[in-house]
Design a protein around this ligand. Structure first.
Ligand code: FEO
Length: 173
């Protein structure tokens, strides 16, 4: 059985994962309108992954006698300055998510909730991967700079990555 404190903290995380999904979905839709099909496919996939992160939390909370609540969400931005700014935002956002997961882990230790602590280890590893990928992409975009040809190839690269990434989207199920 979850303590009130852990249950509340997990529900806050549910909201963060849901808003991450909406945020990346808005980025995907914007990229698609810019003709950046590879980037948009990658971002649509990323939005799906965040939804899966949310769902996994909802199910866990319910299994442990709590109630995973579906949150109301603020509308994310509609347009974005550039592809580089999109991925810089993703990196910033993922660092924030990592910090929140770490806070959650700390709460479970204080509450001596070792089951939830164990469950959260999946998120701890996932955040290492997500941050590393976002950092790698931002570094690539820095190299490309204003080169339109470079952006064209980057878009194709992300299309391939989105195809390979379909498997990880399934991995938490
Ligand atoms: Fe679910 Fe990207 O954090």
């Amino acid at each position: 059985m979850l303590s009130n404190k852990v249950s509340k903290a997990l529900n806050t995380q549910i909201e963060l994962e849901a808003s991450s999904s909406q945020y990346y979905l808005a980025m995907a839709s914007w990229a698609e309108t810019q003709g950046l099909n590879g980037i948009s496919q990658f971002l649509y996939g990323h939005a799906d992954e965040e939804r899966m992160h949310m769902l996994k939390l909802i199910k866990f909370v319910n299994e442990r006698g709590g109630h995973g609540q579906v949150p109301a969400l603020k509308q994310p931005p509609v347009t974005f300055k550039s592809v580089k700014s999109v991925f810089e935002e993703i990196l910033k956002h993922e660092i924030k998510v990592t910090n929140e997961i770490n806070n959650l882990v700390e709460i479970t230790l204080k509450e001596k909730d070792y089951t939830t602590h164990n469950f959260l280890q999946w998120y701890v590893s996932e955040q290492i991967e997500e941050e590393a990928l976002a950092r790698q992409i931002v570094d690539k975009l820095k190299l490309i700079g204003d080169d339109r040809g470079g952006l064209y190839f980057f878009d194709r690269d992300l299309e391939n990555l989105a195809a390979v990434d379909k498997a990880p989207a399934e991995k938490g199920k």
